[in-house]
Design a protein around this ligand. Structure first.
Ligand SMILES: [Zn+2]
Length: 232
C-alpha cells in the first residue's frame, strides 16, 4: 500500500479578489490533489508514492510523506490488536515483587492508585494520562475512523476526530512509561526479587504497535476519506 504525497511545487491557494478587498469570509474549495508543506507552505501536487519511498518539499526539504507498507486494513488490524493488548496490560500484573517470601503483584491501575495514596498525585495523574488514557483514546479513535473507512464510509465527526487524534498522538508516551517501569524493576532487583509481569510484556507490544501506527501517519486516512467523498 502506498501513501500519496507531493512532487512539484505550485502556488498557494488564495481567496478571490473581491473577497480580499472586502475582508469577507469565503468557502475555499478543498483540493485533495494538493499537499501543503507544513514547514514553508509550498504547495505540491499529490502523487502516489511507491512502497519504501519518501517525498520531500522542493523548497525546504521537509518530509512530506512516505510510501507505507500499511494500508487501512492493516492499520485497523493493528488498532484492534493494540486495544486487546491495552486491556491485557491493565488487567495483568506489570511486576511481581518477592521479598523474603512475601509476594506482591500490581496491575497498572493498582500501581497508579497506590502512587496516589502514597502522596504523589501529580505522578499518578501523569502516569494515568500518558500510559493509559491517551494510548486508549488514540486506539479507540483509530478504530472508529478505520472501522468506517475500510467499509467505504466517512464516519460522523471525521474532522474533529482527526484533530483529536493529532492531539493525543503528541501526548501518548507509553514508551516513556515502559522505559521508566523497566528501570524501576531493575533497581528493585537489587533489593528484592522483581519479575516483570504479563502486563509489562503486553505494554511492550502496545508500544511497538502504536509506534508502527503513528509512523504510518494520517495521510492514508485523509486520502481515503477524500476518495470516498466528503467529510462528515
Ligand atoms: Zn517546505
Amino acid at each position: 500500500m502506498t501513501d500519496p504525497v507531493p512532487s512539484a511545487h505550485a502556488h498557494a491557494p488564495y481567496a478571490p479578489a473581491a473577497a480580499r478587498a472586502t475582508g469577507t469570509a469565503v468557502a475555499l474549495a478543498a483540493r485533495p490533489d494538493l499537499v501543503v508543506c507544513h514547514e514553508c507552505d509550498a504547495v505540491h501536487e499529490r502523487i502516489t508514492l511507491a512502497r519504501g519511498t519518501v517525498a520531500r518539499c522542493r523548497r525546504c526539504n521537509a518530509l512530506l510523506g512516505r510510501g507505507h507498507v500499511l494500508g487501512t486494513e492493516k492499520l485497523l488490524a493493528f488498532a484492534i490488536a493494540s486495544l486487546l493488548l491495552i486491556i491485557v496490560g491493565n488487567s495483568a500484573p506489570i511486576v511481581t515483587l518477592d521479598f523474603q517470601g512475601v509476594v506482591s503483584q500490581a496491575t497498572l491501575p493498582e500501581a497508579i492508585e497506590a502512587t496516589w495514596a502514597a502522596g504523589q498525585p501529580l505522578v499518578a495523574v501523569l502516569t494515568a494520562a500518558t500510559a493509559l488514557v491517551f494510548p486508549l483514546v488514540f486506539t479507540i479513535l483509530r478504530l472508529y475512523l478505520l472501522g468506517s473507512l475500510v467499509r467505504g464510509i466517512v464516519p460522523r465527526g471525521f474532522v474533529p476526530a482527526m484533530h483529536m487524534l493529532h492531539f493525543v498522538t503528541r501526548w501518548g508516551m507509553v514508551e516513556v512509561f515502559l522505559l521508566g517501569t523497566l528501570v524501576a524493576v531493575v533497581r528493585c532487583a537489587s533489593l528484592t526479587s522483581a519479575t516483570p509481569g504479563i502486563g509489562l510484556f503486553a505494554y511492550g507490544a502496545v508500544t511497538l504497535l502504536i509506534t508502527a501506527i503513528t509512523a504510518a501517519g494520517t495521510h492514508t486516512l485523509w486520502k481515503r476519506s477524500s476518495e470516498i467523498g466528503g467529510t462528515a
